[in-house]
Design a binder for this molecule. Sequence first.
Ligand SMILES: Cc1cc2nc3c(=O)[nH]c(=O)nc-3n(C[C@H](O)[C@H](O)[C@H](O)COP(=O)(O)OP(=O)(O)OC[C@H]3O[C@@H](n4cnc5c(N)ncnc54)[C@H](O)[C@@H]3O)c2cc1C
Length: 524
Amino acid sequence: MTELKTSYDVVIIGAGVGGGALANALAAPGREILMIERGPRLPREKDNWSVDAVFHKKKYATKEEWRDKDGALFNPSTYYYVGGNSKFFGAATVRFRKEDFEDLQHEAGIAPAWPVSYDTFEPYYARAERLMGTHGEAGLDPIEPPRSGPMPYPAIGHEPEIAWFETKLRQKGLRPFPLPIAIDYHDGGACARCRTCDGFACKIGAKGDAEMRLVNPALAKGGVTLITEAFVHRLVTDPSGGRVTAVEFDYQGERRTVSAKVFVSAAGAINSSALLLRSRNDKHPNGLGNNTSDQLGRNYMAHNNTAMMAISPFKKNRVVFQKSMAINDFYLANSERPYPLGNVQGLGKLQAGMLTASVKWAPESMMALFAERSVDWWLMSEDLPDPNNRVSLDPDGKIRLSYTANNLKAHGELVKVWSKIMRSLGYPLIITQKMDIKVSMHQCGTARFGTDPATSVLDTNCKVWDVENLYVVDASFLPSSTGFNPSLTIVAQALRTSEQILKELGETIALPMPPVRAVETVPA
Ligand SMILES: Cc1cc2nc3c(=O)[nH]c(=O)nc-3n(C[C@H](O)[C@H](O)[C@H](O)COP(=O)(O)OP(=O)(O)OC[C@H]3O[C@@H](n4cnc5c(N)ncnc54)[C@H](O)[C@@H]3O)c2cc1C
């Protein structure tokens, strides 16, 4: 049992991408940082790579139930472990575009400008790529934002099936490029380039998830204590409501309380809102950070996501690692298209059992035929912030996630355009599945950052406007969802926030650029 002190410099709630990146930036001998994580360490075991365990039995996903806007219960596909949702992520570590930081006109409305520019984020993106171990090749993505340097590691390369698509797509005038990805695949790296990466946990610790790349190295640096299976209930403020004084959590069968100079919620975009809402008191009757703006929990976004199988009756797809290519030719408006559609990227290779898990009536033999002949894609379009799309708490304490998808026309067009291209390349049968509310993998936006306390929950350093020493450092801060995977941006912002927290602790040490290096060995 970890002995706890009564007081710390910083308490970080949640050991996912945001919490891990912050701990990593703050970790140093002599500092006293406590990370409180509700989940355990995910065991390294055979089932990590079992389709049956992961997709049918849902062995690793939470058993928790949330309610949708109509009050119907559902079981979200979310993961509570050291490393958070990134334990199961596809490791795409992509920068948002310069245009994403500005007002961006979409078919269904405007994705609002961020309070800081891409140029402000760039140095943090550069550090984030190194921390996560991103592989890629700069200069090939047609809408790539300016970069201060190359990718930390070279692109992982395409297998022959994907190289074939690259050639064919180029012949059609498109500009496919290597998807930036955080797997340990280079000389001396541990990655076996297997089929069970995207959607699975890595049994050999070779994926750049938050446990491997952020939390374990933070623990190795010193100054950080991690406790697991410790659920945080609430944050307590002083009588004025101006400062958080303590965090209350359940640990090893007891309700515990510790105090700190700085508190950080990094519990994920849905759970951070739930925590701040649960922490309401007479000075903050609608939850911490909600007095001025009434925006806490609102503007929930999660992308319009569709998985597509393009099937050729005549051609088997023998690819093992399919997530190596992306296409951004439809990401921005152009002379042919008046509004953005989104991003297309390779999906981890679908297997028959993964299909029968979502299409229950389908015989495995039929799905096996489809899976061995399909090339699989992930199509992702921006959804727009809407205050009615929100996280709230029901009287019984359960999370309610009210969400109505928007900007669907653009997403439908992306699916149509990509289907047409696939058919023209000899893949006549197209099967698509649009992700629903249960797939909250790209959750964001519920405590957006901004310059105006009347319309945002956090300031531009991710400090809660209404409370002096409380920060939110996870996907909550995003004012728009953009059309890209969020992890790298969460890391970049956590690094920005760490500088503010260091100032608050009376330190002004410039954080060094992390070296390019392989994954740390994991403590058992
Ligand atoms: C299958 C899948 C594939 C994905 N693929 C990609 C991809 O390729 N690229 C990409 O960028 N993103 C991807 N994502 C999304 C990415 O994983 C998330 O955006 C990212 O992990 C979010 O980080 P976070 O820090 O905001 O929250 P989380 O990862 O959710 O971390 C929050 C942590 O807080 C803990 N916690 C929550 N509540 C409490 C509490 N009350 N007390 C204590 N601890 C608490 C949780 O257990 C968790 O560990 C994917 C996600 C999934 C599920």
